[in-house]
Write a protein that binds this ligand. Structure first.
Ligand code: NDP
Length: 252
């Protein structure tokens, strides 16, 4: 497929879940993909799978909360692939707790990983995108941005992404850079499985309850988010910018 022919993409947190599905889909559709993850071994496994399937991918171990590491990794990707067209800010964590039990470390780490990292990666990427007068940035917000019990840190970070997205669309638009976000509902990944176990449920029961609260009566799959990210990263979405698109099975 030629949708992303001659395009280079960075996908952060691509060692598993939505990020891995996005990396695989962009590669299937012709992009050269930098698979970035905290864990180099996981990034390597995803990149190898993409290459085995005939795609172009390389693994980069990088902590997206580390400013120097983000700058260096972005530079290495540009050097290796000869440019940077697409940035998918996907890396994220949860550290849920009710406010009165939420320690400062859980607040700080969630804000750093889910929000500050997006600022760092966008700032590093825009340098190359502005020069090329072309870019597509897609960041992972969440339905939780609208409010979610036990997720004051995560909801604040994911709502912050929506404000950052709207603002960067204004600042970077004149340079041919589109900036959008997707806000998934419940997607079956290691993140939601860990939440299930933490609240004393089985993964199956937790998913079933989420499905019953969703108009489509099922939870989402990583590939269903990846396909929306791919649309926003493509030239089919060339006049869409500053938007947050909810991918949540119709939940309000
Ligand atoms: P996963 O936990 O399955 O994957 C997240 C990936 O990000 C992991 O590989 C993780 O590595 C990596 N990561 C974490 N911290 C860093 C860091 N500092 N630097 C680089 N990589 C890091 O999550 P999902 O696939 O479920 O979620 C992906 C994104 O989608 C997240 O931003 C999440 O908040 C968002 N989202 C997910 C929803 C869901 O229902 N699953 C719903 C709404 C939004 P490691 O495992 O080594 O920590």
């Amino acid at each position: 497929m030629t949708r992303f022919r001659n395009r280079t993409a960075i996908v952060t947190g691509a060692g598993q879940g939505i990020g891995a599905a996005t990396a695989a889909l962009l590669a299937e559709q012709g992009a050269r993909v930098a698979v970035v993850d905290l864990r180099t071994d996981r990034a390597e496994a995803v990149a190898r799978e993409i290459r085995d399937a005939g795609g172009v991918a390389a693994a980069f171990g990088c902590d997206v909360t580390d400013e120097a590491a983000v700058t260096e990794t972005t530079g290495r990707v540009v050097e290796e692939f000869g440019g940077l067209d697409i940035l998918v800010n996907n890396a994220g964590i949860t550290r849920d707790n009710l406010l009165f039990k939420m320690g400062r470390d859980d607040w700080d780490s969630v804000l750093a990983t889910n929000l500050t990292s997006v600022y760092l990666c966008c700032r590093a990427a825009q340098k190359y995108m502005v020069e090329a007068r072309y870019g597509r940035i897609v960041s992972l917000s969440s339905r939780s941005a609208l409010g979610a019990r036990g997720q004051a840190n995560y909801a604040a970070a994911k709502a912050g992404i929506q404000g950052l997205t709207a603002t960067l669309a204004i600042e970077l638009g004149p340079f041919g850079i589109n900036v959008n976000a997707v806000a998934p509902g419940y997607i079956a990944t290691a993140m939601t499985a860990a939440t299930a176990l933490r609240v004393g449920s089985t993964v199956e029961d937790h998913q079933e309850r989420a499905a019953q609260a969703t108009p489509l009566r099922r939870v989402g799959q990583p590939r269903e988010v990846a396909s929306v990210i791919a649309f926003l990263a493509s030239d089919e979405a060339s006049y869409v910018s500053g938007q947050t698109l909810y991918v949540n099975g119709g939940a309000r």
